[in-house]
Structure formats: C-alpha cells, structure tokens
Write a protein that binds this ligand. Structure first.
Ligand SMILES: Cc1cc2nc3c(=O)[nH]c(=O)nc-3n(C[C@H](O)[C@H](O)[C@H](O)COP(=O)(O)OP(=O)(O)OC[C@H]3O[C@@H](n4cnc5c(N)ncnc54)[C@H](O)[C@@H]3O)c2cc1C
Length: 405
C-alpha cells in the first residue's frame, strides 16, 4: 500500500490540532481535515478554560486568544445564597475560541502538519481484513477522492460519524447529554467570576452559567439534562432550554434589557467515555470519545491532554511499525483510563448524585459548605464534605452514599 501520510486526523478542534502538533513535531507526516470553512468558526462553546490546564501543557496563551482572565467562581443556590471561590485552581480565561482553535492549528502547522479546511471525511476506507487504511474526503462539496494513511484518528467532536464507521460505539443516550443554549450579551457588569446558578426551576438537571467577557460582555448559557428536554414523556411536557434561559434572563435585572450579540444551541456529552478508544490502525480522541467532564461538559482541556497522550502513542507506534490495537491500547488507552479516566469517573458519580437532589437539599448543601469544601469536591475528595452535609440532614445519606464507594 502506497500511503499519502503517516496519519490523517479528522477534525481540527483542540484534540485534533494538539495531536497533530505532537505527532508532526516528532517527524510524522500528518494531515488534519476539517469540514468547517474556518477553524474554530462558528463558535459553539461557553469558552471557559482553567489557567493551569494550558500552562501545564507548556503553552503560553497569546493575548488575542482570550477575552478576559477569570479570577474565580461563584455558585448560587436556588434560594440565592452564594459561595465565592477564588484561588489558584479557579483562575482561568474566557477564551475567544475562534482565535484559540486557530492558534492551536497554527502551532501544528508550524511543526509541519498540513491542515485543510472545508474538507469533509465522507467514508472510512478499509483493507481486506477490515482495518482502516484511508478516507474518502471531499473539499468544498466537490467529488470525494481517496487519501491513504496507516493511522486514522477521529477527533470529530460530538458527531463522530467516521468513528462509528470504524466500529466505535459513539451513539449518545439522551440521559448522558445536556442540551444547551447560549447568548453572548452586552452590557453585563461582572467581577470576572464564573457564575453558576442552580435550581430545578432554573435549569432541571443542569445550571445557568454566566461567563465574563471583556468590554462588559458575557456568555450567558444554560445546559439541562437531555432526558428532561422537550418531547412528551408520560403525559409530561419536557423543558425547553431556550425558553428556560429567556425566563432566567427576564428575572435578572442586569440582563433583562441587555442586547444579544450571538445566539446558538448545542449538545454536550456528560456521560462516561466510550468503551474503547482504539482498534487496529485507528484511534478516537477528545469529545468524539466522550472524554468530557460530566459535571459541566467542559472538554477543551481534556481534548488537549488526550491529544498529547495519543500523539506520543502514535509516534511510538509508527516508529515501531506496530499500529495494532494492542500497542495503541497500551500506549494510549491504558494510561488515559488510569489518569484522566479515574478523575472523570468520580465526577460522573457526583453528577448522578446531584441530579437527584431537590432544591431544598441544594439550599441545605450550599448553606453548610464553604469554598474549601467545594475545592475538595472538585478534586474528588468527598468523605469530609459528605459528613458535613449529612450531619444536618441525615436523610441525604442514601442520596450521597454513592460518593463514598
Ligand atoms: C454549548 C456548549 C458549551 C461548551 N462550553 C465549554 C466550556 O466553557 N469549556 C470547555 O472546556 N468546553 C466547553 N464545551 C465543550 C467543548 O466545546 C468541546 O469539548 C471541545 O471543543 C472538544 O474538542 P474536540 O477537538 O474534541 O472537538 P471539537 O472542538 O468539536 O472539534 C471537532 C471538529 O471535527 C470536525 N469534523 C466533524 N466531523 C468531520 C468530518 N466528517 N470531516 C471533517 N471534519 C469533521 C468539526 O467540524 C470540528 O471542527 C462546550 C460545548 C457546548 C456544546
């Protein structure tokens, strides 16, 4: 087989571009294709990113890639009580993702990767044994043509149609997604804090977020459980994220009269990662593999971290000429599940506990916890916090015991 490249990456988001930067940096011939006309556009994201997440990857975020630094977070209970949380772990940015994603792609190009926009993968090509060895791709809606590589990487985000053709189980269940709606709004005077509003009337199985942006702007969004969205179940009408967000905005004296500058809906995965990330000659990375934080649906940092791990695994595999499932499994999937995977497992358990809490329970919890307790929760240290909560409300033992297992 004559190959055109060492690896073809489907998707030029944070996962695909980071993979390409690492693999091309080690000398591989990498092609990244993205069906969008422009990398990073249109933006469908709250654009929040923790500071440590980028710095620990050895990158220095250019000024044009973020709108404003974030100093901390404020979580607000259904009864309006809030906890403000400001420390080095809560610092970060609200990005300008159209610049950020393009910057990540440019870093890959600088290392020698080739990036083609407006180029869609339409079919996975396979050898006689059914192993992927190329793609049919179409530029700008023209006739598809074939490109060949011994390694195919799906970094396709939520759609993951090509990963499905490679045999990965990427279909989403309603229970494990959040349906979202977001406006960019102005004017909104903020304190550079991420604000999260909880309550079953505000956002059933989810929350409203306000992410601060420069020049008195903010991303104001909502995510609610896919299983409580729209439709009709047992004669009950489901919730509509856009209508709920509008009702929240109506009740917020600052936002009520603000203008909207951008308006979009989207779906995020908040469930467990897919059951396998690799097969012979192919891998799935980032949101395509449902590698997302189940508490808030954040996936940028995880996509980048995975891009580094998978990129290094690909370099080793091609050096050793071993693109078998076993080699990719040991070098990418095993360390991923032992590291990031363990952290996300704890967060999934927390999400499942949170979705069974009523507003009264949440008011109680916000009433007894402080900012240090919240840090423990986000770091997966639940024992002391659970003890504090159930001391005042023993009936929550059953709901919270999953966190102690
Ligand atoms: C409403 C909303 C708010 C969010 N807010 C945040 C947030 O504040 N912070 C955070 O960290 N995360 C957030 N996320 C999640 C975050 O956007 C994703 O987790 C992140 O973009 C994942 O990166 P990725 O590279 O895996 O996939 P993506 O960024 O989705 O990139 C996938 C790329 O693949 C391309 N593609 C797909 N199929 C094909 C094909 N067949 N051929 C060619 N190209 C293809 C797409 O065009 C896309 O550019 C949010 C998501 C939503 C929907």
């Amino acid at each position: 087989m004559e190959y055109d490249h060492d690896a073809i990456v489907i998707g030029g988001g944070p996962a695909g571009s980071t993979f390409a930067r690492i693999a091309a940096g080690a000398g591989l011939d990498v092609l990244v294709i993205d069906k969008r006309r422009e990398i990073g556009v249109p933006v469908r994201c709250g654009e929040g990113l923790g500071e440590g997440e980028v710095i620990k990857k050895g990158l220095d975020l250019p000024r044009q890639c973020y709108s404003t630094p974030v100093l901390g977070a404020k979580v607000i209970a259904p009864n309006g009580k809030s906890i403000t949380w400001k420390n080095k772990d809560t610092r970060g940015w609200v990005l300008e993702r159209k610049c950020f994603d393009k910057w990540l792609a440019e870093l890959a190009v600088a290392k020698g990767a080739k990036v083609h926009t407006y180029t869609r993968a339409t079919e996975v090509l396979k050898d006689a044994k059914g192993k992927p060895n190329g793609l049919k791709i179409a530029h700008g809606g023209r006739e598809p043509y074939e490109v060949r590589a011994p390694l195919i990487v799906s970094a396709e985000g939520m759609e993951s149609m090509m990963a499905r053709q490679m045999g990965f189980k990427t279909v989403h269940q309603l229970y494990d997604v959040d349906t979202c709606y977001q406006y960019e709004m102005k004017p909104y005077d903020h304190e550079n804090l991420i604000e999260l509003y909880f309550g079953n009337k505000i956002a059933p199985r989810g929350y409203v977020w306000i992410f601060p942006k420069a020049d008195r702007k903010a991303n104001v969004g909502i995510g609610i459980g896919g299983n409580v969205t729209n439709g009709e179940k047992n004669g009950m009408k489901g919730a509509d994220p856009k209508a709920l967000l509008e009702s929240y905005i109506e009740g917020n004296s600052q936002l009520r009269d603000a203008s909207t500058l951008l308006d979009f809906g989207g779906v995020i995965s908040v469930g467990a990662p897919i059951s396998e990330f690799v097969k012979d000659n192919c891998m799935v990375i980032g949101t395509a593999a449902k590698q997302v934080d189940p508490i808030h649906g954040g996936g940028i940092a995880i996509a980048m971290e995975t891009g580094i791990l998978a990129g290094n695994a690909a370099v080793e595999a091609l050096k050793k000429k071993d693109l078998s499932r076993d080699f990719l499994y040991k070098s990418y999937e095993v360390p991923w599940r032992a590291g990031l995977g363990k952290d996300l497992e704890k967060k999934l358990a927390l999400r499942k506990v949170m979705e069974n809490l009523g507003d009264d329970d949440m008011n109680h919890i916000f009433g007894v916890l402080n900012d240090n307790d919240l840090k423990d929760v986000m770091d997966g240290r639940f024992a002391a916090v659970v003890a504090k909560i159930v001391a005042g409300r023993p009936q929550l033992v059953g709901a919270l015991k999953a966190l102690l297992g």
